[in-house]
Design a protein around this ligand. Structure first.
Ligand code: AVJ
Length: 311
């Protein structure tokens, strides 16, 4: 398991590597420090950002069916446990969940949200794992026989082709026959809708993206002048993904610790991709990782999908 301390060190290394690359890029996981996690929560409440509320609507609508798949004696293992509202809902309504494992990269955020959960569910076995699930890690030993992995929010969309292959394969090796995997996957749709979901009117997404510059200033003693950069998000049709970038508004030099990084006017840092899939495309990916697609739940407008996979 990767400790968070080790991760902080690799933040500096990864930043230098990423900003010395052409084109410049930073891994999306670095968007989620405490402030970033807070801002993401705020994004989910904007009227334009449909994924969170649509997925929640699907979970509510399909509660009985989901309950049948989970069964009456399972451990639910959640990756990226920032999404406390969904898990609260499931734990409250699905009595078959006897044990809960919360895995998240943001330690303070994780501990805070799990404390509340423990108080509300005194009979639930709760484990917290602070880890970066994009690298190999192990699960704590569990009491429940059946494992159900829960990866909501279409975070799978953050991974590129190779990363999602590796991730799905890793997930399937955590499971044995009869176990399950519930995964939320955002669907391909009208590009205008997609565009506005990542360019909200209140500019919360902008603040979320630019927070990465402030994080580098805070943690790595960098000197980014945030007003010299702008948020840029658009749908890349060929790649089937939203791309989020930070654009340099002028030619400038930035120092990070002892290192200097130069920016051309208009040059960008690619900070996040958010791939969108059709149901068929995702099921094919799942099959390549030895999963059997058992069920897919969607909303009436076909904005979002929730899949139940088995091994
Ligand atoms: C949490 C990765 C699913 O890609 O939609 C939201 C992150 N970025 N707005 C997404 C995000 C900008 C979100 N995921």
């Amino acid at each position: 398991m990767t400790s968070v301390k080790a991760m902080e060190k690799s933040f500096y290394k990864d930043v230098l590597t990423g900003l010395r690359s052409v084109p410049k890029r930073l891994e999306p996981k670095y968007l989620y420090d405490y402030r970033g996690s807070e801002l993401f929560e705020e994004i989910t409440k904007t009227p334009e950002y449909y994924p969170t509320r649509t997925e929640m609507r699907i979970l509510k609508k399909e509660l009985n069916s989901i309950s049948d798949y989970i069964g009456d004696e399972a451990a639910l293992i959640e990756f990226g446990s920032g999404s406390s509202e969904k898990i609260k809902f499931l734990l409250h309504h699905l009595k078959g969940i006897k044990e809960y494992v919360a895995i998240d990269i943001s330690e303070s955020f994780l501990l805070q949200s799990v404390e509340k959960l423990k108080k509300e569910h005194q009979h639930l076995y709760v484990h917290t794992v602070c880890a970066d699930y994009t690298v190999p890690f192990s699960l704590p030993s569990l009491k429940a026989k059946k494992k159900v992995l829960f990866f909501p929010g279409s975070t799978i969309g953050n991974f590129d082709k190779q990363e999602r292959k590796t991730f799905l394969n890793r997930m399937s090796t955590l499971l044995t026959k009869g176990d399950g995997f519930i995964i939320g996957v955002d669907l391909k749709k009208d590009e205008k809708l997609l565009h506005s979901a990542y360019n909200d009117a209140k500019q919360v997404t902008r603040a979320f993206n630019l927070n990465l510059l402030q994080r580098m200033n805070r943690e790595l003693l960098a000197n980014f002048m945030v007003e010299n950069f702008e948020h840029k998000a658009f749908y890349n049709h060929e790649e089937g993904r939203i791309e989020m970038h930070i654009e340099s508004l002028k030619e400038q030099l930035v120092t990070i610790g002892e290192e200097e990084i130069s920016f051309q006017k208009g040059e960008t840092i690619h900070t996040e991709s958010s791939y969108k899939f059709s149901v068929q495309e995702f099921q094919n990916l799942a099959k390549e990782a030895n999963f059997i697609p058992k069920k897919v739940w969607t909303d009436e407008e076909n904005l979002f999908s929730v899949h139940y996979l088995e091994v």
